[in-house]
Ligand binder design. Sequence first.
Ligand SMILES: *Cc1c(COP(=O)(O)O)cnc(C)c1O
Length: 390
Amino acid sequence: MQAKSPAIPFARPMISEEEKRAVLKVLDGPILVHGPLTKEFETSFAKFTGAPFAVSVSSCTAALHLSYVYLGIGAGDEVIVPAQTHVATAHAVELCGARPVFVDAESETGNIDLDQIEKSITPRTRALSVVHYLGMPVNMERVAEIAKKKSLFVVEDCALAIGSYFKGCHVGLFGDVGCFSFYPVKHMTTIEGGMLITQDEQISKRVSQLKAFGYDRTIGERTLPGLYDVTSIGFNYRLNEIEAALGIEQLKKVALFLKQRQRNHEILSRELSQLDEIRQFKTTAGEYRSSYYCLSVHLTGKAASHRNLIVKYLNENGVGTSIYYPQPVPLMHYYQAKYGHREAGFPVAASISKHSIALPVGPHLKEEQMLVIAETFKKAIEMIKKGSFK
Ligand SMILES: *Cc1c(COP(=O)(O)O)cnc(C)c1O
């Protein structure tokens, strides 16, 4: 927890006049949900990613949950889930009464270790979920091979991966579904919000129903206002018109935001490249294009055991940081207590959680600030070397 907001925050939503005007316009009108802006946002998101279908939802967690409800998993079913991710990736499985089976990360990228997936698959496994960790795409060709061989449904958690491409194709389109987040610290925001993309019209239709109570027809399809039937159970997981208005404006700027993130990442990465005490995760290379969510440094040697002191030093000197993620999900209390997981089962994810620091690269930062981050970080490392931290 940071005592006060640092001079260089880890993230800041990029809201300006366009967003404010768009929100006020919605408030001046009569339609706050079920309106044209939600449709327009879905259409522009589909266009941006190249998806045939996009369904807006109230969060990425909602998108993940609806994916498994669509699949119809429940007690006795298993889903492969990366250990190094946000809890939402696993919660979505757990919410359906199914069991998340965690697989450790590989150390170069922090992504799920593809070599360890097959041995975790049992006759009960129904789906395979992957997370593009910090925006670095997973090798989706290998994921598709495994899924095909074992007849598994593939869920891509793209919460940090708008603008991530594998072999020139936007992530989220390799699996059966791709789930995005518009939470404030992500690449673009609708405050709360999410999107599910798919190539499958049936999935898009069914998820659209499930997110709105299981109604059998949309407002536009009703012959008499207020007349509908319900053909299945459903949720209230809709995005509203104000959130959609924000999303439309943010999406117009997201290409620029991505460029600024990449530039900031390049500056910081270069400035820290000579440090022996850290290891940087692999980002864009060849067929993998990252969305540069942040620059996470994995501390090594003596620095590793001083992670929290380094974080404190950075925060006290005006540099905001974060940790992705604070513990491997299987070791979070709920999962640990329920399934009895041990750290030894997830050594790579555990090391990333304990020894990494996420540094900011967001579009709210200019080159001078990137240099300040680098200098402050180097000073912290100097202090470790000199033994100034006790
Ligand atoms: C933020 C995040 C989520 C949750 O997104 P919400 O929109 O807040 O539900 C899920 N998965 C990952 C990897 C995330 O980073």
